[in-house]
Design a protein around this ligand. Sequence first.
Ligand SMILES: Nc1ncnc2c1ncn2[C@@H]1O[C@H](COP(=O)(O)OP(=O)(O)OP(=O)(O)O)[C@@H](O)[C@H]1O
Ligand SMILES: [Mg+2]
Length: 317
Amino acid sequence: MIIACPKCETRFHLEDAVPRKSTFVARCSICGHLFSAFRPVRVQPITFLDLERTRQSDVGDNVVAIGNRKGGVAKTTTCLNLGASLAICGKKVLLVDLDAQANLSICLGKQALPTFYDAYDAVDRPLDDFIVATAYTNLWLLPSGRNMVLLNKRYFGTRHFEFLLKDRLATLATRFDYILIDTPPSIEFSTLNALTAARRVIIPCQCDYLSTHGVDQVLKLIALVRRHANPRIESRVLLTMMDREMTASQMILSKIQNLYRGSCFETIIETDGQLKEAQILSMPAIHYCRQSTAGLQYMALAREVLTGVAQEALSPS
Ligand SMILES: Nc1ncnc2c1ncn2[C@@H]1O[C@H](COP(=O)(O)OP(=O)(O)OP(=O)(O)O)[C@@H](O)[C@H]1O
Ligand SMILES: [Mg+2]
């Protein structure tokens, strides 16, 4: 680091580590002048767009992100219950909790465990080491915790930051039939990483007046990611927390189905008290009660996901 005395213009070479503060006072050893000096801030280039890298690798067909800019629309609930339903259908499922709130980990009773942040830091250990088994056959979890906020702080804007998750998940490609990623209600490191890693996005949309705004925002982000980082990404809207007794809920349902015609799942998830009871016991609804309305609807959603993927595999490209 080089600083210059503003009075006599003598230039001095300082070792980078010497001034620990970003602003400090220096005395010129030639003319004795006191002056303020500044440590230069090192800025890493922000590269969201990297076509060369995009061309090099394809996303895994089995990676599904669950996302919506709006909070409380059943992202976590969908991740947990769809994952549990796919697991019941005999598929090996990994749930990735990318939300620092760690609601998915809490819902499975897996708190205070090493997270993706720890896994990313531990370069000499495979991601496998951080995956934990759940109480349910075929269902595994990569937990989240409070330190996940540091991912955003440390890596947002660094070169290839949006590929960190995709790179690490690539090492697990053949171990799981499905990898479902729960994302936070915001557009930052985790959401961008999930959308870059995923072939499909499920956008839960609560049957409520303001929900479509969140869907529009995430659709815009998906369009951006499709252009710059993940050309094969596809999305579908899932209507959640539908209350058949409420006229408003019916009105909003038909509005949303019109707005996103052809891009909605046929399955609709209804509001269900048993799903809430299941959550208190850290259980997926279908494991809590075989007759749970929402639990059965998530089973139907799992079958819809499975047939959609199977049809796609059969159709010529
Ligand atoms: N089908 C349902 N029936 C009843 N309650 C539900 C249903 N789906 C979700 N909920 C409830 O709605 C609340 C929000 O759900 P959830 O935490 O899954 O939303 P989220 O989108 O993940 O929220 P956040 O944006 O904070 O991460 C929870 O209390 C959950 O129990
Ligand atoms: Mg959530």
